[in-house]
Design a protein around this ligand. Structure first.
Ligand SMILES: Cc1ncc(C[n+]2csc(CCOP(=O)(O)OP(=O)(O)O)c2C)c(N)n1
Ligand SMILES: [Mg+2]
Length: 596
């Protein structure tokens, strides 16, 4: 393409379109208005979504990339616009989502002069970006933007391009340095990536020698559901899911032992304890405490990124390749396992675990409402292809355990960065990418309040997202970190309530409040069936601990310490825990009696 007569901004936006970018999220400003004009001129081919905060724009770009596999793009003006992008961009970096961030830089003859909004953005973005460059001229634009797109995709990270205001407007004159070969930057090849035959054979032999084999799958396996299940079936191997890989297989699949870690299930932890062979597929699950003891099992890891092999667990054989391609190559090398006792064991534990979850989520008589009960009713009412975006806090625990992945659901969150405030922006991006599917944000009251104005973005663009707010007027997770993990009384964790239903209405959407158990199902159904952006806030028990049923000694010891030091709600917390325990014991007694 001959860009003669185009200005830098036109070239940048055209190249983005060439790379398949369909949506750009951001906020205009004098440092980026030229790019906005180029977007306006191309609005048939690329949509600009005006957000209320640049952090949301970056979260949206990240989520768009995660949910669609296409490039996510965000823009921001010089100085404060650009600095606001960073949290969302770190989210993309941490979870390996290809994102392009375009920022303005002050006039090229004023850079470094303490001029208004003059921030050294190349330096600032150097840690977050896999490709980070300032575009100096229109002649530089195509090459730099091509490389930015290619690098973001191939290294699954953030590419940052900053363009001085005057350079954005400069027109192409068509002269290049003698070193530049025109058109050479534009290739976008994707080839199948599989490990070498020798490594595959070695992995096959090692797996065939194993008895208790467990598969741990993460977001890198999201496109490999069939291949993961084929391997699991051949090996009678249970599947454990890292949270970002929750949608790899449905939760009711007989091979699923659910999630791993504090947010996970007991059967998943037990399987890790009893395993002799661990196959990690597309995951860098961070909490090594929940993996087998280092060296206790044979470790095989599949990842497209060789840097991640052995990152969390000592690996005997690393298979560098795409999850589905690699599993397809591996499958014929695996022998059918006839012994299914390890799998059966896991399935039996899963039945017990589901019984505990059921008893915890079925306490109609309790008020305030148990968050488990609300979440499981929500889960039952979600569509089979719903897209669920979750925030950070105790709400993540409830979502991880009580939102069941059905058939074609998608599920994501700020996994590795674990940032609050992502759920609403994520759900907006999901609804833009998939206008016909249900887009759910599941969030805490602290998380939604951080970027609450974004709800009005959903209203502006008629995006019927459904936001469910777990309302405990507290930074719930931090209450438990301070008391049960550190043994201190809580401090600085309580908020005065915000009426989120009124916020929804003030923004032009619909709002509902749930205070009684009897209102849960009908309100959820009404909310899900309407066609407007909606917030449903649910008052939950703020003292319900977000912990696995096996309450360990350290937890009790630390809580006791915090009580002794003056924890203000010691009585209510004790009562809640005693009541929870009694409820479970009684439930079990009744069950046993029924069985007899
Ligand atoms: C941006 C950001 N700030 C702070 C934290 C630390 N943090 C993790 S969870 C949490 C509490 C979240 O509170 P809320 O959104 O109300 O959810 P809840 O735990 O009550 O369900 C905090 C402060 C974080 N993860 N991200
Ligand atoms: Mg809260």
């Amino acid at each position: 393409m001959d860009y003669k007569g185009y200005n830098t901004s036109d070239i940048v936006v055209d190249v983005l379109i060439n790379w398949g970018a369909k949506v750009v999220f951001g906020i205009p400003g004098d440092g980026i208005n030229s790019i906005v004009e180029s977007l306006r001129l191309r609005k048939e081919n690329i949509q600009f979504i005006l957000t209320r905060h640049e952090a949301s724009a970056a979260f949206m770009a990240c989520a768009y990339s995660k949910y669609t596999g296409n490039l996510g793009v965000c823009i921001a003006t010089t100085g404060p616009g650009a600095t606001n992008l960073l949290t969302g961009l770190y989210d993309a970096k941490a979870d390996g989502a290809p994102v392009i961030a375009i920022t303005g830089t002050t006039y090229s003859d004023l850079v470094g002069s303490k001029y208004q909004q003059d921030v050294n953005l190349v330096q600032l973005f150097s840690d977050v970006a896999v490709y980070n460059n300032m575009i100096n001229s229109p002649e530089h634009a195509k090459m730099a933007t091509d490389i930015a797109c290619r690098t973001a995709k191939s290294r699954r990270g953030v590419s940052h391009l900053t363009i001085p205001i005057d350079v954005q407007e400069k027109k192409m004159e068509g002269t290049f340095t003698s070193h530049k070969i025109a058109g050479h930057t534009s290739q976008n090849r994707h080839s199948k990536s599989i490990p070498d035959t020798k490594s595959l054979q070695k992995a096959g032999d090692m797996i065939n020698a194993g008895t208790n084999i467990v598969l741990l799958v993460g977001q890198g396996a999201l496109d490999a559901r069939n291949e993961v299940l084929d391997v699991a079936k051949k090996l009678n191997a249970p599947i454990v899911k890292a949270l970002l890989g929750k949608a790899v297989i449905p939760d009711d699949n007989p091979y699923s032992l659910g999630g791993l870690g504090m947010l996970g299930t007991e059967p998943a932890s037990e399987a890790m304890d009893k395993a002799d062979t661990l196959i990690m597929i597309g995951t860098s699950f961070p909490y090594s405490d929940y993996l087998p003891r280092p060296g206790a099992v044979k470790g095989i890891q599949i990842d497209v990124d060789s840097e991640r092999i052995g990152l969390r667990y000592p690996i005997d054989i690393g298979l560098v390749g795409d999850s589905s391609d690699t599993l397809r190559e591996l499958l014929p090398l695996l022998e059918d396992k006839h012994d299914d006792s390890f799998l059966k064991n896991g399935q039996d534990s899963m039945k017990r675990w589901n019984g505990i979850l059921y008893s915890r989520s079925n306490r109609k008589e309790d008020e305030p409402i148990k968050p488990q009960m609300f979440t499981s009713i929500l889960s039952k009412n979600l569509d089979d292809d719903s897209i669920v975006s979750v925030d950070s806090g105790t709400n993540t625990v409830w979502a991880a355990r009580y939102i069941d992945i059905k058939k074609d659901m998608k599920f994501s969150l700020s996994g590795t960065l674990s940032s609050m405030a992502c759920a609403v922006p994520y759900s907006i991006a999901a609804q833009i990418a998939f206008p016909k599917r249900q887009s759910i944000a599941f969030t805490g009251d602290g998380g939604i309040a951080m970027l609450m104005s974004e709800f009005s973005t959903a209203v502006k663009y008629n995006l019927p997202i459904k936001v469910f707010v777990i309302k405990n007027d507290t930074l719930g997770m931090i209450r438990w970190e301070q008391t049960a993990f550190l043994g201190n009384p809580e401090h600085g964790v309580e908020f005065q309530p915000i009426d989120f239903a009124k916020v929804a209405e003030a923004c032009g959407g619909k709002g509902y409040t749930i205070k009684k158990s009897s209102e849960i199902e009908s309100t959820i159904r009404t909310a899900l069936s309407n066609n407007s952006p909606t917030i449903v806030e649910v008052y939950v028990d703020p003292f319900e601990p977000p912990l696995p049923p096996k309450v360990d000694l350290a937890f009790v010891n630390n809580l006791t310490k915090s009580f002794v030091k003056g924890q203000p709600y010691a009585k209510r917390i004790s009562l809640t825990i005693i009541k929870d325990q009694m409820h479970e014991k009684l439930g079990k007694l009744l069950d046993d009696k029924k069985k007899k």
